[in-house]
Ligand binder design. Structure first.
Ligand code: ADP
Ligand code: MG
Length: 717
């Protein structure tokens, strides 16, 4: 329940170190939720990021930090939006660096345990009388360390922690006179935790490789000379020199020089893109053979790479439906195993008079099987790797839920203009019904002046090339999916689709025939109306994207039905649809596109692919919205995924990545549960004892982490 008058809360972000397993994250979340004044507590194991809102009157920040430290974890505040690579200060480096493993407390514990146990071996061989108890000191040391932590965790609201299970099993083993086994268990457990930490660190490093894309320094051009400055200090409007082979420090526009840029680190597109004056360069791309000066358009904190990283982190932290299901499952799994362990200790001796010692021992071993660590890790580890693998190839996925859904897609609906086509149409024909071609273009360009639609941009570009002056326009407005309108010298001028503007009867037979011919050639035709009269006709052509045909074919090969949804006329779109081998639904208004998506969804989950500018509603309505576009704000905000490389084939890559991720998740679940099941049986049967059980647990966790890491190398084959 929300408090009636919300107290002022502060949004806090921390980086938490020392977690070996996602259940640590849950433990910390639980502990923080129990403190007053906290809200929206979210701790992501993969990125080690803790986010929460805090009412500092109820609980000061220091209490939060102290509580986390008391549970044995490291904590550091971070800025609300992390700017990776933007700061050279020692602090930000320290926050991001994993501590080297041998400096951790666990490593020292392992060393101490090892030494004690070796000493124990020596004592045992020298003095057979005390051999049985020679490893007791090691067992007690481990018990002290993990027992204390278990008690702290229980106090913070997590009674069934792995530390608790471990401590009970170790204590039990000591009590039934098996201190050597107890010592081996704490030794293996400590080694396992270290290994898990190492594997998790590897996973994080793989993901953080993205952050290396933002270079730390830039060459600022001032008074004709270039000097190195920290990239984080760049301001919008400053001029930066990018030498051949340099990494572009932040988003900018070429002011001087020409070159080609390798944008593959950001978009996955490996063919260098040629860049001349006026072209945009994205941060993180690698400059080719020419030196260029660029005008900074976005600061480092705000550039494409930083926003991508931010999205990827958020995405990894968002819990996928499968992860939530498994978390719920593991919440009952651990207590259930504890119950089974208790019954194992009690029932056989009580019911059939079996030996207490045997069955207590077996019950203790079962306790060790009760740790759900590998299981809880199965989904988030795979999702985080999948999202990172996508980001490396310009496939930006905004969350685990989206990544899960994409693989189940049955139908992909494509917008035509800007998605299957390049969205850069050029004017091919101008027909004047009254006046001249120039006057028709002049009227059209004037009302399109503010338009961001590809059609408007094409008309404006042509008018610019022909040197046609624009006229003042009043009351300009766009009618999405149909036309633009404005008033010029008291007369309403409309530019838009023939179907919506003119009842066919009002066109002369000759004009109608020419429109039909242009449309059959695959061109998009707009009418220019002055008042009630048709002033002229403008036709333009837009080339399909280079990989449109192969990208559509790749979807078919995956058993997915591709459909084209367009506001253009059937005649204009038909030839392209035929060439691509895609179903066609034409002459759709934006609202019709929504209805079309809803109708398609009756056959299964539908992905909508659009250019993110005028397709936002359809993107939102589909099961998954995929935006084409290199980091345009709208694309990133409304869609669930974005194809930074502007490749149609990216949709099929997303599907394959999603399917690979889901397969990886199930492999992980099988590894985690399979190993537990095997050891459940062998323990009950008395074939295996305490230490194989703990080995199975940490082994499963390490295997799951390594298996998930394989996804980072997913090439989309
Ligand atoms: P698509 O589905 O191909 O992306 P839209 O839904 O954006 O197309 O537009 C559908 C039709 O509406 C266009 O083919 C064109 O006839 C007309 N139209 C939309 N915007 C404009 C504009 N700015 N100027 C002229 N015509 C437009
Ligand atoms: Mg469009």
């Amino acid at each position: 329940m929300d408090a009636p008058a919300a107290p002022t809360t502060t949004a806090l972000r921390y980086r938490v170190g020392g977690m070996d397993c996602p259940s640590c994250a849950n433990t910390i979340e639980t502990a923080l939720r129990r403190l007053g004044g906290t809200d929206g507590v979210r701790l992501d194991f993969q990125s080690q990021t803790l986010a929460l809102r805090l009412d500092e009157d109820a609980t000061p920040r220091a209490t939060i930090e102290a509580r986390i430290r008391s549970l044995g974890f490291a904590i550091r505040p971070v800025a609300p939006m992390r700017v990776v690579g933007a700061s050279d200060t020692a602090d930000s480096v320290a926050v991001d660096a994993e501590p080297t493993w041998w400096t951790t407390g666990k490593a020292r514990l392992l060393l101490a345990l090892g030494t004690l146990m070796l000493g124990g071996l020596v004592v045992a061989s020298a003095e057979p009388a005390v051999a049985r108890w020679a490893e007791l000191p090691a067992a007690l040391l481990g018990l002290g360390f993990f027992g204390a932590k278990a008690i702290r965790l229980a106090g913070a609201g997590t009674p069934f922690s792995i530390e608790m299970l471990m401590s009970v099993a170790t204590l039990g083993a000591v009590l039934i006179g098996a201190p050597t086994e107890a010592a081996v268990v704490v030794l293996l457990f400590t080694a396992g935790e270290l290994l898990e930490g190492l594997a998790a660190g590897r996973a994080r490093a793989g993901i953080r490789a993205l952050s290396a894309l933002n270079p730390r320094t830039a060459l600022l051009v001032e008074d004709g000379a270039a000097h190195a400055v920290p990239a984080s200090t760049l301001q919008v409007g400053q001029v930066v020199l990018v030498r051949p082979g340099d990494r572009v420090p932040t988003d900018g526009t070429v002011l001087e020089g020409r070159t080609e840029a390798d944008e593959s680190p950001v978009t996955g597109e490996s063919i260098p893109v040629s860049k001349a004056e006026g072209d945009a360069l994205v941060a993180g791309s690698i400059n080719g053979s020419g030196a260029v000066q660029i005008g900074v358009t976005r600061t480092v904190a705000d550039n494409t790479v930083s926003r991508m990283l931010h999205l990827v982190e958020e995405a990894q932290a968002s819990r996928a439906p499968t992860a939530r299901f498994i978390e719920r499952f593991s919440a009952i799994y651990t207590p259930a195993v504890v119950v089974v362990a208790a019954l194992t200790m009690l029932l056989p001796p009580l019911l059939v008079g079996a030996a207490w010692e045997t069955w207590i021992y077996r019950g203790l071993a079962l306790l060790l099987i009760g740790c759900p660590c590998a299981l809880v890790l199965s989904t988030p580890a795979a999702i985080a790797s999948g999202i990172a693998a996508g980001a490396r190839r310009g496939l930006l996925i905004k969350g685990g839920a989206a990544l899960e859904t994409i693989g189940r897609i049955r139908i992909v609906a494509f917008d035509k203009t800007g998605t299957l086509t390049r969205g850069e149409p050029h004017v091919t024909d101008v027909i004047a019904c009254s006046g001249t071609e120039r006057s028709v273009l002049g009227l059209a360009a004037s009302v399109e002046k503010g338009s961001s639609h590809p059609i408007g941009r094409a008309i404006l570009a042509r008018a610019g090339v022909d040197g046609i002056p624009l006229r003042p326009v009043a009351a300009a407005r766009a009618i999405p999916g149909q036309a633009v309108a404005g008033t010029i010298a008291g007369q309403t001028v409309l530019v838009g689709s023939p179907g919506h503007l003119a009842p066919a009867g009002e066109l002369s037979g000759d004009t109608r025939a020419r429109i039909v011919a242009l449309e059959e050639a695959g061109k998009t035709v707009v009418l220019v109306m002055a008042g009630a009269d048709v002033a002229g006709v403008i036709a333009m052509q837009d080339a399909p994207r280079a990989d449109a045909a192969s990208g559509v074919e790749a979807l078919r090969a995956l058993g997915i039905l591709p459909v084209m949804l367009t506001g253009d006329t059937r005649r204009s779109a038909a030839s392209m649809a035929r060439a691509l081998g895609i179903e066609l639904q034409s002459e759709l208004l934006p609202a019709d596109k929504l209805r079309a998506i809803a109708a398609l969804q009756r056959h299964g989950p539908v992905a909508m692919v659009g250019d993110g500018i005028n397709d936002a509603p359809a993107l939102a309505a589909a099961s998954v919205g995929i935006a084409m576009g290199s980091g345009t704000d709208v694309a990133l905000e409304t869609a669930d995924a974005a194809l930074l490389g502007n490749k149609v084939g990216g949709v099929a890559s997303l599907v394959r990545l999603s399917r690979a991720t889901m397969a990886n998740i199930w492999q992980n679940v099988v590894i985690a549960l399979g190993l537990k099941a095997v050891f459940l049986v062998t323990t009950l049967g008395g074939l295996t004892g305490l230490w194989p059980a703990i080995l199975a647990d940490t082994g499963a966790t390490v295997l799951v982490t390594l298996n998930a890491l394989r996804l980072l190398r997913h090439r989309g084959a």
